[in-house]
Design a protein around this ligand. Structure first.
Ligand SMILES: Nc1ncnc2c1ncn2[C@@H]1O[C@H](COP(=O)(O)OP(=O)(O)OP(=O)(O)O)[C@@H](O)[C@H]1O
Ligand SMILES: [Mg+2]
Length: 388
């Protein structure tokens, strides 16, 4: 293998026998090249600067002034961008947590295959993340039910996919599984509950994603209402972090109200797309919601307002809504029951089944305004579901 294709590995290990064992395993192959073995945690950052490794393996039990897990945290805080695999023993379990800089864990005893595949996997994920640039997490939310969240989340996802963005949809309407219904996903299609807890890998995710229209991958909510309580917020957060690394865009549909899960989703969002309509309840709730968001500390720019069915003001003065929002809403989508209704009944996205319709053009324009700028240079990539 040409050296340019080799994965450069830096090993942080102070037990000579383990260092020797790893060296021996790597000698037998050419995919990974060991660029250095460092036994002193204090010099690791410097060595990373010198050797520019693609992957770092750190022994969790490293002794000395900077101990193993302390070093992992330091490397994470320093935002080196180099993925870290933590080497440990069964008596000292470590959990994969990319948010804490633990991209992978390798527990002893391990063989050459375990070592190489883990190195290759974290390297692949890290290079995919840098190639595609930062991903976007858009949470579609509304201060009132039935205003078009699921319809817009779905069609916006399909529109974004049409623009060349690798897009995933997440059904955050946990109880009713709105996307499962809207997209006519089969009742036995897997859901987020089929993901393992704690440790979620790319292949676990691929196994539960359902391939929707226009190659949009969908993480569905559980198929029955009572299963909603089995969904753990922590797991959803972890899954979203992983999805952000694999997709250009993740769009989350939410249920009615501001429960704990929805709040966690909103926290993680880059953009909250808040759907409003011209009606008195929306206006009242929007004001309350804006106060809540301000208390939580969301910057005003995190929320973007979209007036759905903007051409049917139903007796409400559009200015009342403007006053409630404190600004002009950023986006508008017209009402068109003739197009939206039949498409929804068939589980089809109207943006592709009837792209010339005014309502479809509104959604396509919305996608362009929201994502157009981040598209420069983004290449089309194959979706994850079905690629197994
Ligand atoms: N622009 C539109 N023109 C015509 N009909 C629309 C439009 N947007 C949404 N609808 C219709 O309004 C109804 C509610 O839409 P949807 O289910 O997407 O709302 P929701 O906010 O997700 O509701 P819930 O709060 O129950 O989750 C659906 O019947 C949908 O087809
Ligand atoms: Mg809905």
């Amino acid at each position: 293998m040409a050296s340019a294709d080799q994965i450069r590995l830096l090993l942080v290990e102070d037990v000579p026998q383990v260092a020797q064992y790893v060296r021996g395993l790597l000698n037998a192959q050419s995919q990974v090249r060991l660029v250095d073995i460092v036994s002193d945690g204090t010099v690791v950052a410097t060595r990373i600067g010198e050797h520019r490794p693609d992957v770092v393996v750190v022994d969790a039990l490293l002794q000395g002034r900077v101990r193993g897990m302390q070093l992992v945290k330091q490397l994470h805080d320093a935002k080196t961008g180099v993925p870290v695999i933590v080497l440990t023993v069964p008596q000292n379990p470590v959990t994969v947590d990319p948010d804490k800089g633990i991209d992978e864990v390798l527990s002893m005893p391990f063989n050459g295959y375990d070592l190489i595949t883990r190195i290759a996997n974290v390297h692949k994920t890290a290079s995919a993340a840098t190639e595609k640039g930062p991903s976007r997490l858009v949470v579609v939310f509304a201060p009132k039910g039935g205003v078009g969240k699921s319809t817009i989340a779905f069609n916006l996802g399909v529109a974004a996919s049409g623009l060349g963005m690798r897009t995933a949809l997440v059904d955050g309407s946990i109880q009713f599984g709105d996307l499962r219904g809207l997209l006519k996903a089969p009742r036995d299609a897997p859901s987020m509950l089929d993901l393992p807890t704690d440790r979620i890998s790319e292949s676990d995710l691929a196994d539960v994603l359902w391939r929707g229209p226009a190659d949009v991958d969908v993480l569905l909510a559980p198929p029955r209402i009572e299963m909603a309580e089995m969904v753990l917020i922590r797991d959803v957060e972890k899954t979203l972090s992983l999805m952000r690394r694999l997709y250009d865009l993740v769009i989350v549909d939410t249920g009615v109200g501001l429960d704990e899960l929805t709040l966690a989703l909103l926290d993680q969002a880059d953009t909250i797309l808040e759907i409003v309509t011209y009606d008195a309840t929306t206006i009242r709730n929007t004001i309350a919601m804006a106060e809540t968001f301000q208390k939580i500390g969301y910057p005003p720019s995190k929320v973007q307002y979209l007036v759905n069915r903007a051409d049917s003001s139903a007796g409400i003065d559009p200015n009342d809504l403007r006053v409630a929002l404190g600004r002009e809403p950023e986006y508008k989508i017209r009402s068109d029951g003739q197009v939206v209704g039949p498409a929804s009944n068939q589980g089809a996205p109207f943006v592709t089944s009837d792209p010339g319709a005014g309502v479809s053009r509104d959604v396509l324009d919305l996608a362009q305004s929201l994502f157009g700028r981040s598209l420069a240079g983004a290449g089309r990539k194959p979706a994850l579901a079905g690629a197994r």
